[in-house]
Design a protein around this ligand. Structure first.
Ligand code: SF4
Length: 204
């Protein structure tokens, strides 16, 4: 098992390979060989180059929104897909307008697309199963049908986002991760994990 999260050496970053822990993934030569082969592919090279340019020009200067727009420009994308949550409709409308102002063609799909009843999808039943279900597979399939070159998600629920990523074809980035309690700032719970959130996060 790999335990990079617990590693205090981080020899991979400094090139100090003789100091790495016994279970360091650096010893997984076959995996790295496969990864290197992927990086040799023309479309991946172009993609990586875009991320390098982005870091070079925007690190510490551009917000995530700006970085996303600039990355789309650097990659020369024309058609962008936006998969968003109903609860973030207002912010999505603003973002889509900004993208259009920058010259992109934007196709946006809301989480509730298809209007499917929750009861029709769930294997459990109960009083709380009311209303229309989120449809992340529909979001992915609709953006696939639109042949978007790059997608951006805004506030998809935990789990729904995973299904979206499983079914979507074009590369996708996340503009915003939903957190209904912490104003969409999930890291806040970890920042306070030693204090105010200690009890809430404990495994009971
Ligand atoms: S790759 Fe190896 S050296 Fe780097 S953080 Fe993981 S365990 Fe540590």
């Amino acid at each position: 098992m790999f335990t990079c999260a617990d590693c205090e050496i981080i020899g991979c970053r400094k090139g100090e390979f003789e100091k790495v822990p016994a279970n360091c993934p650096i010893k997984e030569e076959e995996v790295y060989e496969c990864a290197r082969e992927e990086y040799e592919k023309e479309e991946i090279k172009k993609f990586i180059d875009g991320t390098i340019q982005l870091e070079k020009e925007g690190k510490g200067r551009w917000s995530r929104v700006e970085e996303t727009i600039q990355f789309c420009k650097m990659m020369n994308y024309k058609k962008i897909g936006v998969a968003f949550c109903l609860g973030l409709k207002k912010e999505t409308k603003i973002f889509v307008k900004i993208l259009r102002d920058h010259g992109f063609e934007v196709s946006s799909v809301i989480c509730k697309n298809g209007g499917i009843d929750k009861k029709a999808l769930s294997i459990s039943d109960g009083e709380d199963l009311r209303g229309v279900s989120c449809n992340p597979i529909g979001q992915a399939m609709l953006l696939n049908k639109e042949e978007t070159e790059f997608n951006i998600t805004i506030g998809l629920c935990v789990g729904h986002d995973a299904l979206f990523f499983k079914y979507v074809e074009a590369p996708t980035t996340v503009l915003l991760t939903k957190d209904r309690v912490l104003a969409h700032n999930p890291i806040g719970a970890l920042n306070c994990a030693h204090s105010f959130y200690r009890r809430k996060l404990r495994n009971k």
